[in-house]
Design a protein around this ligand. Structure first.
Ligand code: DMJ
Length: 637
């Protein structure tokens, strides 16, 4: 695939950007070069008509120079100053009416975000590359605009609350009241270079978060770890902590993020230490550092196994091993439990340490167990091969199990999907796939090449049979996840889809887009038609684009982004989840989930960015898209 990509219209190289093309040249240099370095021009100067026309041209240009006032700051700058939507991009250039008539917009370089600087265009198809590069830079800018619009709604109506209700213009504390949107969004703002948001979010954290942590009540261990602890830790690294990247020069000192993270984690540790087994309780009372099981007593398998990247990284940067030790006990314990070809039930008991029930799926409550097996191993970097190989083995076995037990193809058009075993290994297969399962495509690709491109991995002979199988499944699954969007009237995926198979069919429940080739393959039940602005598909498109360099993943991501813009954007600020993606106009649910800023927009931005921004062989993204450096790598991008 990747070798053939070389001849496609755009590859990662195409986003390389030759800033020299737009280097500033002075007015006099332009005139000099125009009239005294070209033979043709010299000839024209030698006849009197030519001289007259030349003088006219010089006066014309001089007139424009004098009447010209600089355009308002660049789009990037204006966005940084709070411009809220693309309509506001129409700016007045000033000057006289004649000037306006004569003047073309100056050919200025697009303002580059930190990541876009230093591109080096060495391709022979320079202008094609430049066009393709400009196209993706413009699209990246649109995602940044969307982020600023989302943030502006949140700050207007919900600052300090966990989430924004953009339609009713309220805030709501659905995650325990730690201002989750602020912490989840912070590193996205750093990556996008939106300094105003970095500074606003950073100072809110500095002023309020510690106080909230010491006073608030019940929080969910998993949600608080991936969103708040994860967000603080990546902000610590990206703002220069641990000699990290220093993507930003604004906001508080990195140690503010680290100290807040430590205080929070010290309280979260009670979920581990109060449990009679290595499986933590699901809920923590922050103000008194106590913990208890969820009602019903069980923890979700994905929740207890999706804490380790965060706790490991905190141990690494704080120098205190206690966080890592407690979190890793969970995986060491799960290693000893019986499984079905590496697949595990979605519930586990903190009281007994055993799995509970037989329901096996890679959707809700199961998903990130599989994600963290490989990511925690990858996080070890250079220490991978002498440490934690059991995680790699568990992952490899589980993915074989997925391919053997859970993967089927739809009819009539053969979309590859991952179904469920709700009654365990001996029960019937269910052709149900949560949108959440779409994370798997990216994880499979990452696990196969360990973050380098497929082309390089193939050239260096690094892919074994399992890797190739997993990569193939990753690509097939990404297609299916994309078609889950394309098959609906709105172009947005439902929360859950069913697939038409020889054993399962239900008429009249299609997504509404009759022109989709897959309208008969994908079944959407009325109760599953909502869309929560989830990230999993664009997350996988981002990873697959980085690994395969196939531009179709970028085009798919753009199509999804446009649908979000069209149907979920709320004019007054923010984006809203939807009740039904199969009807137009879709009814809005009035909720902007924190992961829309923390994950969805971040992954879209990175999908359109140069691959040197947060490279996948140097960073590992936690389940909420917060990047942590891989051990032993130097992150100087
Ligand atoms: C996020 O909070 C995380 O990605 C989590 O692991 C699963 N679900 C949501 C987004 O859909």
């Amino acid at each position: 695939m990747s070798s053939s990509n070389k001849s496609l219209p755009y590859t990662t190289k195409d986003v390389h950007y030759d800033n020299a093309k737009f280097r500033h040249r002075s007015f006099f240099k332009v005139i000099y070069q125009t009239f005294f370095t070209s033979n043709v021009k010299r000839t024209s100067l030698s006849c009197s008509t030519g001289k007259f026309l030349s003088l006219l041209l010089i006066f014309g240009i001089a007139y424009l120079m004098l009447t010209h006032t600089s355009p308002a700051n660049s789009v990037t700058d204006r966005l940084g100053k709070g411009v809220k939507n693309s309509k506001d991009k129409l700016v007045s250039y000033g000057g006289s009416r004649l000037g306006k008539l004569l003047r073309k917009p100056p050919r200025l370089p697009p303002r580059l975000s930190p990541d876009q600087k230093g591109f080096n265009n060495s391709s022979s198809h320079e202008s094609d590359n430049l066009n393709a590069g400009s196209k993706w830079i413009a699209r990246q800018q649109s995602v940044k605009d969307a982020f600023i619009h989302a943030w502006s709604g949140y700050t207007k109506y919900a600052i300090g609350y966990d989430e924004l209700m953009p339609v009713s213009q309220h805030g709501v504390d659905g995650l325990g009241g730690l201002g989750a949107t602020i912490v989840d969004a912070l590193d996205t703002a750093m990556i996008m270079g939106v300094d105003e948001v970095v500074s606003e979010a950073g100072s809110w954290i500095e002023k309020h978060l510690l106080d909230r942590i010491t006073k608030k009540g019940q929080v969910n261990l998993f949600e608080t770890t991936i969103r708040v602890l994860g967000g603080l830790l990546s902000a610590y690294h990206l703002s220069g902590g641990e000699q990290g990247m220093k993507l930003t020069h604004t906001g508080p000192k990195p140690t503010v993020y680290l100290e807040t993270a430590k205080n929070l984690a010290d309280r979260l540790l009670s979920a581990f230490t109060s449990s009679p087994t290595p499986i933590p309780f699901s809920d923590v009372i922050l103000h008194d550092s106590t913990a208890h099981p969820a009602s019903g007593g069980l923890s979700s398998t994905s929740e207890v196994s999706t804490l380790q990247l965060e706790f490991n990284y905190l141990s690494a940067v704080s120098g205190d091993p206690k966080y890592s030790i407690e979190a890793m006990k969970v995986l060491e314990h799960i290693k000893t439990l019986p499984k079905v070809e590496g697949l595990v039930p979605i519930y586990i008991s903190p009281q007994t340490g055993e799995f509970s029930g037989e329901n096996i799926r890679l959707g809700s409550r199961g998903d990130s167990y599989y994600e963290y097996l490989i990511k925690v191993w990858l996080q070890q970097g250079t220490a991978r091969d002498n440490n934690l190989t059991y995680l790699y083995d568990m992952y490899t076995e589980a993915m074989k199990g997925v391919r053997h037990r859970l993967v089927q193809k739809s009819i009539p058009n053969g979309l590859v999907f991952v179904g469920e075993l709700p009654y365990g290994s001996d029960g019937a297969f269910s052709p149900k796939m949560d949108h959440l399962v779409c994370f798997l495509s990216g994880t499979l690709a990452l696990g196969a090449t360990k973050g380098i491109t497929k082309e390089k991995a193939m050239k260096d002979n690094l892919l074994n049979f399992e890797d190739l199988e997993n990569l193939k499944l990753a690509e097939d699954l990404a297609k299916t996840c994309f078609e889950m969007y394309a098959v609906t009237s709105t172009g947005l995926a439902p929360e859950i889809a069913y697939f038409h198979t020889k054993d399962f069919s239900e008429g009249g429940l299609d997504g509404g887009n009759k022109s989709s080739e897959y309208v008969k393959d994908i079944i959407i039940k009325p109760a599953d038609r909502h869309n929560l602005l989830r990230p999993e598909t664009v997350e996988s498109l981002f990873v697959l684009y980085r690994i395969t360099e196939d531009p179709k993943y970028r085009e798919w991501g753009w199509q999804i982004f446009e649908a979000f813009e069209k149907y979920t954007k709320v004019d007054t600020g923010g984006y809203s989840s939807l009740d039904d993606v199969t009807t137009i106009p879709p009814h809005r649910r009035d909720k902007m989930e924190t992961f829309f800023l923390g994950e969805t927009l971040k992954y879209l931005y990175l999908l359109f960015a140069d691959s040197s921004l947060i490279p996948l062989d140097k960073f590992i993204f936690n389940s909420e898209a917060h990047p942590f450096p891989i051990k032993g790598t130097k992150n100087d991008s």
